[in-house]
Design a protein around this ligand. Structure first.
Ligand SMILES: [Zn+2]
Length: 90
């Protein structure tokens, strides 16, 4: 529905960029999409009705255990995808 957003998507995007800074792995669009989808499938959706302001992108919107899960799952997503790379080698 228009006007409803899953802010977990934004948190995963930010967290994925953070994790990828520490890895010398493939960062092509296909691998990043696979990592992103993998992580989102394991994390609960967090719906909001406004993307106004910055609050929706703040990690502080999650409680401590949800934050740990976001970081753990995102790191696991990177590991899983780089071990099962599906992109087409150019
Ligand atoms: Zn790739």
């Amino acid at each position: 529905m228009d006007g409803v957003y899953n802010y977990m998507e934004h948190l995963v995007k930010k967290q994925l960029d953070e994790v990828l800074k520490r890895y010398e792995c493939c960062k092509c669009p296909q691998c990043k999409r696979d990592m992103y989808a993998y992580a989102l499938n394991l994390l609960p959706a967090k719906y909001v009705t406004s993307l106004e302001g910055e609050a929706f992108t703040k990690l502080e919107m999650l409680d401590a255990s949800a934050r740990v899960k976001l970081i753990t799952v995102t790191t696991e997503a990177v590991h899983t995808v780089i071990q099962n790379v599906r992109h087409i080698e150019a």
